[in-house]
Write a protein that binds this ligand. Structure first.
Ligand code: UDX
Length: 434
């Protein structure tokens, strides 16, 4: 099967590499010529576990190719997957579809007969209808099917999730297009995971899934607040809840609020769709508000810890929106730092194993960037853990103690060994537990 992917971002690139690994002939297209040049050389343009290795394997075997020419990418493709960004409109928060429409316009002249065009980007209900119309207006002669094929990949685990999906949602009424997607995934293992639904349902499944998971996180974060007040332990509570198979144990980790390129944007976009249709999604709206307030709450907790100190020094561990990625888009850690900087003249020194470059693009010289955890804690009045990188669980507390001005740790990812931290004489505070 010849597949073309339009867009080589966090979704497009892992998708292309995995489909090549399945034995398809994949062509990835992107307007960014320097990005394409790098990818042609086997250099990854974003951090994703196992991506570089699989990319080079499939480049060497000729299964995957890269181009910045839309004509070259599209003219021979059986399936064209659109995986461009749908960033939020800064005012209304609706999904901005300009890149989708642009891609549709550009591929229109080159689509071959009986091709399937799949929208993988997260788009509002009804976008498939608009894109289909747009292409038909541009090229009335070609026969094609336009389907919805949403992605459910988590950043940092994109390759794993692609290879081990819970479900593959295919939104189409066309039996022909459905068979083509089945052929793309090759084995019966994947065919059994496929769910054929209408295009509109498929578009909504993506938003509904992300909003539900975001809501679960907001719920457990609120419950963590209660645990702190009634001296219960959020880890025990979420463990006990998660043992009920109707609830499930995933996405019940209390923390500093959700971030990333999906949950914040998709909850807002879903709320916008509901409002447009005069439907109330109160739980989604409360989730959005609650997550916004969570950032303020966390920033205030940090400021409270240093309120006696003039020009305090705050050490931050973790800048990425979660572990396993270099992505800082809507990172709660970055938003907390911004909130602190808005309110005080604190000196912040931060360290993240992967996200320093991306954090610098957002925060610039407003904070200091340390080489490691120990450099970050030099003369610090408080050390705060904001991203759950495994290595933070193993920091050497003796070294940290020798570097810090005041022995105070705020462990907002519940990572450290409680007894050990107290033994070393730190003042220690966590999320949802003593
Ligand atoms: C998410 C969805 O999981 C994925 O299916 C979809 O395709 C894209 O959006 P991603 O944004 O990569 O994936 O991150 P995810 O692992 O879902 O985490 C999102 C945010 O929620 C992160 O900030 C994370 O730290 C937070 N989170 C997650 C919690 O605070 N608690 C949890 O229990 C789980």
């Amino acid at each position: 099967m010849k597949v073309t992917i339009i867009g080589t971002g966090y979704v497009g690139l892992p998708t292309g590499v995995c489909l090549a690994e399945f034995g398809n002939k994949v062509m990835c297209a992107d307007k960014d010529v320097s990005k394409i040049d790098k990818l042609k050389r086997g250099e990854v343009t974003l951090y994703e576990k196992d991506l570089e290795e699989l990319l080079n394997k499939n480049l060497n075997s000729g299964q995957i190719k890269f181009t910045s020419s839309i004509k070259e990418a599209v003219s021979k493709a059986d399936i064209i997957i659109i995986a461009v960004g749908t960033p939020p409109n800064p005012v209304t928060h609706e999904a901005d579809l300009q890149y989708i429409f642009k891609a549709a316009e550009e591929i229109s002249p080159y689509i071959k007969d009986n091709a399937t065009i799949a929208i993988k980007s997260t788009v509002p209900v009804g976008t498939g209808d608009k894109v289909e119309m747009l292409i038909r207006n541009k090229n009335n002669d070609v026969k094609f099917d336009l389907i919805s094929l949403p992605e459910f990949l988590r950043e940092g685990y994109a390759i794993y999730d692609f290879m081990n999906p819970d479900r593959i949602v295919v939104g189409t009424d066309s039996e022909r297009a459905y068979k083509q997607i089945q052929a793309l995934y090759k084995t019966s293992y994947y065919k059994e995971k496929m769910i054929k639904v209408s295009r509109r349902s498929s578009e909504l499944i993506k938003y509904a899934s992300n909003a539900f998971l975001a809501m679960k996180i907001q719920f457990i974060n609120e419950l963590a607040n209660l645990c702190e007040s009634v001296d219960a332990d959020i880890l025990e509570v979420s463990y006990g809840m998660g043992k009920d198979s109707r609830i499930g144990n995933k996405f019940l980790n209390a923390g500093i609020g959700y971030g990333g390129s999906c949950f914040p944007k998709d909850t807002q976009a879903l709320s916008y769709i509901a409002k447009l249709n005069n439907v109330k999604l109160n739980l989604v709206d409360e989730t959005i508000l609650g997550n916004y307030l969570r950032i303020k709450q966390m920033a205030n907790r940090i400021l409270d810890a240093v309120k006696e100190i003039k020009n305090p020094k705050i050490a931050i561990l973790g800048l990425a929106f979660k572990n396993g990625t270099d992505d800082c888009r809507e990172s709660p850690s970055i938003n907390i730092i911004k909130e602190i900087l808005n309110k005080t003249n604190a000196n912040i020194s931060a360290y993240d194993p992967k996200a320093m470059e991306n954090a610098y693009k957002i925060l610039g010289d407003k904070i200091k960037y340390a080489k490691n955890e120990y450099e970050a804690s030099e003369n610090a009045d408080v050390l705060v853990i904001l991203t759950e990188w495994g290595e933070f669980a193993n920091i050497d507390l003796d070294i940290i103690e020798s570097k810090m001005q005041h022995k105070k740790i705020l462990d907002f990812k519940n990572m450290l060994n409680y007894k050990l931290v107290l033994e070393k004489g730190f003042s220690y505070s966590r999320i949802g537990r003593k």
